[in-house]
Design a protein. Sequence first.
Length: 120
Amino acid sequence: MARILSVDDSLTIRNMVKLMLESEGFEVVSANDGVEAMEIARKQTFDLVLSDINMPNMNGISLVSKLRRLDAYTDIPIIMLTTEDSDFKKNKAKNFGASGWLQKPFTQERLVGAVQKLLS
C-alpha cells in the first residue's frame, strides 16, 4: 500500500491522521514540522505528503516549495491539511506546488477519499 508522510505540529492531529490512514492499509510516517519532514523526505520516498500550513520552524507552504525542488518529489501529490480557508493561502499553496486542500476538521471518509483520489 502507499506510503504517506504526514506533517503537523499537533500531536493529536498526527495521531488521528495516522490512525485513520493506517486503518485503511496505508503506511504513515509522521513529522512535527517542515524541518523534520525535509530530513525524512531526503532519506525516504513517499507516495503522498499531507501537511499543515501553520507550523513552527518551517511552515507548510515553505515545505511544499522545498519538496518540489527534490527530484523524488516533483510529481508526488501534496495535500494541505489545515484550518486555513482563505483563497489567498489556497492559491499561494497551489502556486508553490500543492496538489489539494483539505480543511480541518475532517472526517476519515473525507481524508481517505482525498488521499485515494490523488493516488489513483
